[in-house]
Design a protein around this ligand. Structure first.
Ligand SMILES: Cc1cc2nc3c(=O)[nH]c(=O)nc-3n(C[C@H](O)[C@H](O)[C@H](O)COP(=O)(O)OP(=O)(O)OC[C@H]3O[C@@H](n4cnc5c(N)ncnc54)[C@H](O)[C@@H]3O)c2cc1C
Length: 358
């Protein structure tokens, strides 16, 4: 092994990057994990609602769980549909999630540098990786740097164009701890939905996403749902990119997590898909390093084809559902919601991650 040369440099210490780093290091690779922020998991840009899969996939325990919900209430104007979830749905502490997986990566021997921003790379053998804290050398790069991936840009990987901007405040009121509210309709937001996700009976993460003016839509929603005056604590926002990436690989590079649009198009949730894809990313890195093959064709077979086999059906179904919901006028959406009540038992069984019966 060349001295001071990493097998893999993972850019971005969100859940997808940390999990890829952990599993690649566990497989025996020399891994460097770079994060532009000083502290892993901050700032939080996420609501943190995820299916039961979050615990086994993250490798963490209930310490990341802040609340457990079992019901989703879908709302369109005055129409409501309440669905029970047969499995628990967790409201998590996103900071603890990222930090927890980063610790697992460190435990497996991954080197970690925070406050280090990836700038670009040169295709030498090994690659020269330029960052705000200096130059590093690695055989390959994993771009886990989120929805506006710099790695994708530098590697000339085209990202899907569709995105919405999310805005959220944590709000004080009386909440049912067990119910998540999802509000749809053109008057709420034309492109996505608004959510009320309880942390406990006093505080909920209330947010909205739209292609433009998310704060304006949020203010209008708050006025109709909570009135003018309300107490709030955390405020956050961020981009949710969704769609199907043509290829998530280039020579010596692969993308994982939001960087590769491992995102459910109907909900914007990306943690579960990102963690699933991280397993494939780590396996592909191991295969590439062990066979000394880093070309695009090899990575396509070892990675792109494999994650797509598992995740693409769900993403495709999600895109259809997303387009259908947002093409309908409000009256039709309300009617569909009312008709859906007839199918409540089957709908309650739908898998919230993969959109088919679990
Ligand atoms: C408002 C909002 C609410 C959401 N709610 C949910 C939810 O309830 N459930 C859910 O599953 N998903 C949710 N998501 C989506 C979820 O946050 C993402 O899918 C998830 O964070 C993706 O993880 P990741 O590891 O791929 O990327 P990220 O978590 O975005 O991590 C990328 C990391 O890369 C770092 N980085 C970026 N550029 C560089 C660079 N040049 N150099 C070094 N480091 C860099 C960033 O600082 C960051 O730490 C939400 C998103 C938004 C915006």
């Amino acid at each position: 092994m060349l001295k001071n040369v990493y097998d893999v440099a993972v850019i971005g210490a969100g859940p997808a990057g940390c999990k890829t780093a952990e599993l690649a290091a566990k497989a025996g690779l020399k891994v460097l994990l770079l994060e532009e922020h000083e502290e892993i998991g901050r700032p939080v840009q996420c609501t943190g609602i995820d299916s039961h899969r979050i615990l086994p996939l993250s490798g963490l325990g209930k310490e990341i769980v802040m609340n457990v919900v079992h019901k989703a209430r879908f709302c369109v104007k005055n129409s409501f549909l309440e669905l029970d979830s047969p499995k628990p749905v967790y409201v998590i502490d996103r900071h603890k999630l990222d930090k927890g997986i980063a610790k697992l990566a460190a435990k497996q021997g991954a080197d970690m540098i925070t406050g280090s921003r990836f700038i670009g790379f040169e295709r030498a053998n090994p690659l020269t990786i330029k960052t705000s804290t200096g130059v590093y050398k690695a055989k390959m790069i994993v771009g886990a740097d989120g929805p506006n991936s710099t790695v994708a840009k530098r590697a000339n990987i085209e990202l899907p164009k569709d995105y919405v901007i999310g805005y959220q405040e944590t709000v004080n009121d009386d909440f049912s701890e067990n119910i998540v509210e999802l509000w749809f309709g053109k008057n709420i937001t034309p492109d996505f939905f608004a959510w009320v996700v309880p942390e406990n009976k006093d505080w909920a993460r209330v947010g909205i996403a739209s292609k433009t003016k998310p704060v304006e839509y949020f203010r209008n929603f708050m006025k109709s749902r909570f009135g003018i005056d309300y107490r709030k604590k955390d405020v956050l926002g961020g981009v949710i990119r969704y769609g199907i990436i043509k290829t998530s690989v280039a020579d010596n590079v692969l993308l994982v997590g939001d960087a590769a649009c491992h995102v459910k198009p109907y909900s914007g949730g990306g943690i579960i898909y990102g963690l699933i894809a991280a397993r494939y990313a780590a396996q592909a890195c191991t295969l590439a390093v062990n066979s000394n093959r880093f070309d695009k064709g090899f990575l396509f077979e070892a990675y792109d084809r494999k994650w797509k086999k598992e995740l693409l059906p769900g993403i495709r179904r999600g895109l259809v559902l997303h387009k259908l919901i947002h093409a309908m006028p409000d009256w039709m959406l309300a009617l569909s919601l009312n008709v859906s009540k007839l199918f409540k038992p089957s709908l309650s069984k739908l898998d919230m991650d993969l959109l088919f019966n679990q």
